[in-house]
Design a protein around this ligand. Structure first.
Ligand SMILES: Nc1ncnc2c1ncn2[C@@H]1O[C@H](COP(=O)(O)OP(=O)(O)OP(=O)(O)O)[C@@H](O)[C@H]1O
Ligand SMILES: [Mg+2]
Length: 242
């Protein structure tokens, strides 16, 4: 399995049989810097892992934060990623070795590679994590790397969930935002960010007045909202329902 390119598409026989009824989550976590987004993501990853012990995790780790906080070994080279993929191990990708100074290209490589990995066997649950999404997509409709749009739009058929983190939802283009079925929001006041959260079913006033380290989790398909407080217990983040 290699990264996608025009002459580099794997034979169709390698693809998993699509499962159109697979239950997957496409989650967006938003909030200003330091509000608790990455910590909340770690909590969601932990609960996903509990629910899917044989599931496989893929993380684009350009800040090295996930390898420290999960913790997990960083992988830099496609060969290491391939070996981890085949073992069913976590793939935490450090883009700075092979793509020094070219984060955009690294992101394209990672999302293409991960989509191909996720769409091929073996048939297990997958979760793809992207922090600081606003660095890699723009607000324009076309500003979305191909691999990411495949993960967001067709990943669900291959039992692939997506967990994205962005400082403000209005930095993320509409085509991608429309794919999220779960939104976790910390307090924010930016009008356009609040407009999007309102379209997801959250009340602007409630989001704008959330206390520190408190967030709302909105399931957009089930029309359910829950409130959580982020705490740290023995250095580990925990989301407690309040
Ligand atoms: N182990 C810990 N114990 C106590 N507090 C912590 C711990 N880890 C992080 N924090 C604090 O929790 C807050 C949230 O951190 P986190 O990294 O989740 O924020 P963030 O929203 O992802 O920030 P950024 O946008 O800068 O990435 C910060 O104030 C941080 O100092
Ligand atoms: Mg963070």
């Amino acid at each position: 399995m290699r990264a996608a390119g025009r002459s580099d598409i794997p034979p169709a026989g390698n693809f998993m049989k699509p499962d159109y009824r697979a239950e997957t989550r496409r989650t967006l976590i938003t909030g200003p810097s330091g509000s608790g987004k990455t910590s909340a993501a770690l909590c969601l990853i932990t609960s996903w892992k509990k629910k899917n012990p044989a599931g496989q995790l893929f993380v684009f780790d350009h800040k090295g934060e996930f390898s420290l906080r999960l913790p997990a070994r960083q992988l830099s080279r496609p060969g290491q990623m391939q070996a981890a993929f085949e073992r069913g191990a976590t793939v935490v990708f450090n883009p700075h070795v092979c793509f020094t100074g070219s984060l955009d290209v690294a992101f394209q490589f990672f999302t293409d590679w991960t989509f191909l990995a996720c769409s091929q066997g073996p048939a297990r649950e997958k979760l793809v994590v992207i922090d600081e999404l606003q660095n890699f997509v723009g607000a324009a409709r076309s500003d979305i790397p191909r691999g990411l749009s495949c993960l967001a739009e067709t990943g669900r058929c291959y039992r692939t969930s997506l967990l994205c983190i962005a400082q403000a939802s209005n930095f993320v283009n509409n085509r991608l935002r429309s794919q999220f079925n779960q939104v976790l929001a910390f307090r924010q006041n930016e009008t356009r960010a609040l407009d999007f959260l309102e379209t997801c079913g959250l009340e602007k006033g409630e989001v704008a007045s959330l206390p520190e380290k408190t967030c709302l989790l909105r399931q957009t398909e089930r029309l359910q909202t829950e409130r959580y407080r982020l705490r740290f217990v023995r250095n580990r983040p925990r989301l407690e329902r309040i």
